[in-house]
Ligand binder design. Structure first.
Ligand code: AMP
Length: 403
């Protein structure tokens, strides 16, 4: 896979797929610039080399196709809103065209001069984008003579701009941007080159969301910690009393099967031994500590307990590679955030001792941000779904299209 960092963009017009799917407030101002910041190194490299840049992205989930409704109510999804932020970050004017494939759009992109940046309108105003239609991809390809994909967060989608468009560029003219390349390199460090012991920490609400990732990790991990809501299905499956804790009844057999497979493969599946239980799903609920196979009816486990924290911390501190996906409890509620925070602290400590730590997937990323640990782990992945699919062992279409 070619990388933008190794390419000289002098006299090229680079079509760059970025992820500018940023949150906006009611005044359409960008409230979190993380994704824009993440795209800057690629854009700046192209401009510094003496190229010009055509940026394309999606924003939100507009319901209608551009052709059928000229924006109207969907105007809130216009990428126009992010221009002031982008101009401020780049320190230069950003040209904008309010569609992706009109004559006007092609004229502007073809006339771009060295150092200029053009932003196209939201790709998802076109039904053809998500359908991955060839015709639309071929039109998009006309905007550049080099294609750079830097949108890791959508690399698991075979959309026109993320995958199909790459077919219209010769192998030496399609490549990964800085962000996408970093995501792949760091994920591969865990998947293919992990220094042992490798500990995966999985949490969150549902076993069903994490089945494929657990199955794949059984082939590479030494330890798999299963915490959060999904752990209670494992306790119940083994005959434990879990009260009103979260459970997926129909996944109990699968939980037993995963435990059996782990044993056969010599992988330690580590379940937290105690929980902070509550008499209501509420921050103000009454709480006490209970062993995880002995939770009374009317009570539910909403966080891991002190004993579990101690045991899991010991495993984490003993690891050389750590992958974390999913919180250990209902961390959004202050009174049930302690376990997730303590596990994050343990990962930070292990990282300081020399371990490689990767945090990926929506809620664990939110957790490290909430606790201020994002710069104290080795790598925080920006691609929730894409990172999960990568760890499930799937080939990402957006990445495959570049090689
Ligand atoms: P996921 O998206 O699968 O990573 O799940 C994240 C969600 O799981 C968060 O919103 C947590 O509040 C929730 N969660 C974690 N632990 C528990 C628990 N013990 N009971 C209910 N929900 C939980």
């Amino acid at each position: 896979m070619l990388k933008a960092k190794d390419f000289n963009f002098k006299q090229t017009r680079a079509l760059v797929r970025v992820d500018f799917n940023v949150p906006l407030n009611n005044d359409f101002e960008v409230t979190d610039t993380t994704r824009i910041d993440a795209a800057l190194p690629t854009i700046q490299k192209i401009l510094k080399d003496g190229g010009s840049v055509v940026l394309m992205s999606h924003l939100g989930r507009p319901k209608v196709a551009y052709q059928s409704v000229q924006l109207g109510a969907e105007a809130k999804f216009s990428l126009r809103h992010i221009i002031p932020t982008l101009e401020e970050k780049l320190g230069q004017e950003v040209l904008f065209v309010d569609d992706c494939a009109s004559e006007e759009a092609f004229t502007i992109s073809k006339d771009l001069k060295k150092g200029e940046v053009l932003l196209l309108e939201n790709l998802r105003f076109y039904e053809d984008e998500k359908q991955g239609f060839d015709d639309f991809a071929q039109l998009l390809a006309q905007h550049g003579n080099v294609y750079v994909n830097d949108a890791f967060g959508t690399a698991h989608r075979a959309h026109a701009s993320t995958t199909v468009v790459a077919d219209y560029f010769e192998p030496q003219y399609k490549m990964a941007g800085f962000l996408l390349a970093a995501e792949i390199e760091n994920a591969q460090k865990v998947l293919n080159n992990a220094e042992k012991p490798l500990t995966a920490i999985l949490g969150g609400a549902k076993v069903s969301d994490k089945i494929e990732i657990i199955k794949n990790l059984l082939n590479i991990a030494d330890n798999i910690i299963i915490g959060g809501g999904m752990s209670y299905t494992f306790f119940k499956a083994q005959g434990g009393k879990i009260g009103n804790s979260l459970v997926e009844e129909d996944k109990q057999e699968l939980a037993l099967e995963l435990l059996k497979q782990a044993k056969e493969k010599g992988v330690n599946i580590i379940l937290p031994s105690d929980s902070i239980i509550a008499d209501d799903f509420n921050n103000e609920a009454n709480t006490k500590t209970a062993l995880n196979n002995d939770i009374s009816d009317g009570w539910m486990g909403l966080d891991i307990g002190e004993k579990a924290i101690e045991e899991l911390t010991a495993v984490i501190l003993n690891s050389k590679t750590i992958l974390w996906n999913g919180p250990m409890g209902v961390f959004e509620m202050e009174n049930f955030s302690n376990g997730t925070k303590k596990i994050a602290e343990a990962i930070v400590k292990a990282t300081k001792k020399g371990a490689f730590s990767l945090v990926g997937g929506g809620d664990s990323v939110a957790a490290v941000n909430k606790f201020g640990f994002a710069d104290k782990v080795s790598f925080v992945s920006t691609g929730g779904g894409a990172m999960l699919e990568f760890f499930e062992g799937k080939e990402l279409p957006g990445v495959k299209a570049l090689s």
